[in-house]
Design a protein around this ligand. Structure first.
Ligand SMILES: Nc1ncnc2c1ncn2[C@@H]1O[C@H](COP(=O)(O)OP(=O)(O)OP(=O)(O)O)[C@@H](O)[C@H]1O
Ligand SMILES: [Mg+2]
Length: 317
């Protein structure tokens, strides 16, 4: 199967006054063309940083200090600004949590679409561009006459649909969705995830779905990647992550979510707190919180191995 994205030995740092935050630490990650990859892990583990790195959209002082990000074999890390600009939006799109701050309140919805299209294709005819925008709204399940409205006239769910439409209007093949449903209520969230699944098929998109909500990824993802403290600790088919989590952190993460099928009297919480990424613990970054840690875990970082079809970085295997 073709890989759309291959990340090799990626390190992303934020130099700050007290030291260097190692937000992404030696991450290796492959995405298959056309798959939905869920990216999960607790707050601050580096999910957004990884997402932003792929678009070279890191905010200062964030910096890619090592590694390669191959998109269809081309290294994004070493592209010129102009090459990255062409890629961004047209080939790789990103949608964020809060659609209201990403839409300009002074622009009608059609103006947002037209501007996006004209930026990448100056010769495009206005009537043609408008038609494309209308078709996109139909794919989003929104009546095309809403194109003439302003962002504040639309509901939160509709605005998030518009954001995804703006992301897809130039027909990218990779969509990075960073917590796209956090601002939505559960009903609208479910509709949005259905829409995402439809769009994925229609446009043969590869999607990175970044989320805290394991329910969302269970519904949509083909595979799931689990990050902890800047490290990619486990990657596997979604079913297999839920049925046979191998990394103790993945196990902890799963036992801390409610499961209506299991008779769970009480949810477990994970003891300890997330690692300090300025002074990460030696050895395996999870060892201070790991119920199964042994000697070697405290001194040597585990390599990534394949076990039961999972990629897992843990000394237990
Ligand atoms: N601009 C910045 N300056 C300094 N440190 C930063 C900056 N942005 C992120 N970090 C640090 O990088 C690490 C990773 O942050 P990131 O936002 O990628 O996490 P996340 O997994 O997306 O978390 P969340 O689930 O809360 O969105 C954190 O320790 C964070 O404090
Ligand atoms: Mg984030």
């Amino acid at each position: 199967m073709n890989n759309i994205l291959e990340i090799e030995n990626l390190d992303v740092h934020f130099p700050i006054n007290i030291g260097t935050v190692r937000a992404v630490d030696d991450v290796n990650w492959k995405l298959r063309q056309g798959e939905v990859m869920g990216l999960v892990g607790e707050s601050g583990c580096g999910k957004s940083t990884l997402g932003f790195s792929i678009q070279r959209l890191l905010r200062p002082p964030g910096k890619i200090v090592n590694g390669r990000i191959l998109y269809h074999g081309q290294d994004i890390v070493r592209m010129t600004e102009k090459e990255v600009l062409d890629l961004r939006g047209s080939k790789i799109a990103m949608i964020f949590q809060d659609p209201l701050t990403s839409l300009n309140p002074l622009f009608r919805i059609d103006q947002h679409f037209l501007e996006t299209m004209f930026t990448h294709d100056k010769g495009l005819k206005k009537a043609e561009a408008f038609k494309k925008a209308e078709q996109m709204l139909e794919s989003l399940g929104i009546s095309p006459d809403r194109l003439l409205e302003y962002p504040h006239q639309l509901s939160g769910g509709m605005r998030q649909r518009i954001m995804i439409g703006l992301g897809l209007i130039l027909q990218p093949d990779l969509l990075i969705a960073d917590e796209p449903t956090t601002a939505l209520d559960v009903i609208v969230e479910a509709q949005f995830l259905d829409l995402l699944a439809d769009l994925q098929k229609k446009f043969n998109l590869t999607i990175i779905l970044i989320t805290h909500n394991l329910g969302n990824v269970a519904q949509l993802a083909d595979r799931i990647s689990v990050m902890y403290g800047g490290n990619m600790v486990e990657v596997a088919e979604a079913n297999s992550i839920f049925e046979n989590p191998l990394h103790p952190y993945t196990q902890g993460l799963l036992s801390s979510i409610p499961n209506i099928k299991l008779d769970q009297p009480k949810l477990k919480t994970m003891p300890g707190s997330p690692p300090d990424l300025v002074n990460p613990p030696p050895g395996c970054v999870f060892h201070p919180r790991c119920p199964q840690a042994k000697g070697v875990c405290k001194t040597k970082k585990p390599e990534t191995k394949t076990k039961d079809g999972h990629l897992v970085s843990c000394w237990l295997y």
